[in-house]
Design a binder for this molecule. Sequence first.
Ligand code: A3P
Length: 301
Amino acid sequence: PKSYPVDLIKKDWSLRKLYFHSPTKTMPDAIHDMEVLEDDVWLITNPKCGTTWMQELLWLLMNDCNFEAALSKDLELRSPFLEFEFLLSRDVEKALKIVEELPSPRVIKSHLPLALLPAQLWQKKAKVIYVFRDPKDAWISGYYHGLTVGLRHGTTMEQYMEELLEKETDKENPVLHAIEFYQLRNEPWVYYTSFNQMKQNLRGVIDDLCKFLNKTVTEQQMERLLKHLSFEEMKKNPTTNHLWEYARIRMPNKGKVVYNFTRSGKVGGYKEELSPELIAKADRHIDEILQENQVTLDQLL
Ligand code: A3P
């Protein structure tokens, strides 16, 4: 859609139920109606697609590459995850207040699909950044994330994948989530990229983002950005390793295996984790949606 997707936004209760874990009306309506500011930066992704990596980059670009400030406060507090507080406390007012009280320019993270994002995004044309990752890698990453926060304890990777591919509906297919933004990629207010592109050429992505966000960085700042955002540095950075979030959600008796949030950071790491049969099954799951929409995985990547 090139304009406000009224059809998408029709009261779609199944989508609401999926993303808010119950058929709630209040939070989706509040997000739909919330005020968007023209200088906002919205980062939209599926979970485990390199969100944190991009989020730290965006926050730095929007804050004059203030590395000291970045290193002194958890990323989750500098750049909130829109639906997180509601998912924990079911408190709409509290959840929205976090975003409303954020100083501008706000960098807001969300995993919501296009249809559940604020209607004003289409009017204010705030900047939207989308990061896609091969769902097979994102699913694997999600397995380890789950183990660390105490979910899925005792479930093998194989069981997890079988269950996921069995249960997941078309609506929550990560490819569908991405295609909606891919189709908007030429809009001047949308920047679409992928984990692969960030891995291949982070400097190029930063250059593109500077143009997109109307920012400039000196060569010195660029070099510091590349170092700060490297896998090795991020692995040891306490403000980007979700420690704040883990402290809120981790189930103390269950999180027996703890993986660093910045875990392996690979493209195609799924090949080391899944059998050829499971990879083929996962590909079929993805291909169905790709074919329906006449898009290839290579295009999305
Ligand atoms: P893996 O679990 O495959 O290692 P999100 O922030 O969306 O939850 O994504 C988390 C994934 O991004 C993790 O993937 C994590 O390791 C990876 N990641 C985070 N920072 C990275 C970096 N600087 N370089 C490469 N990958 C990074």
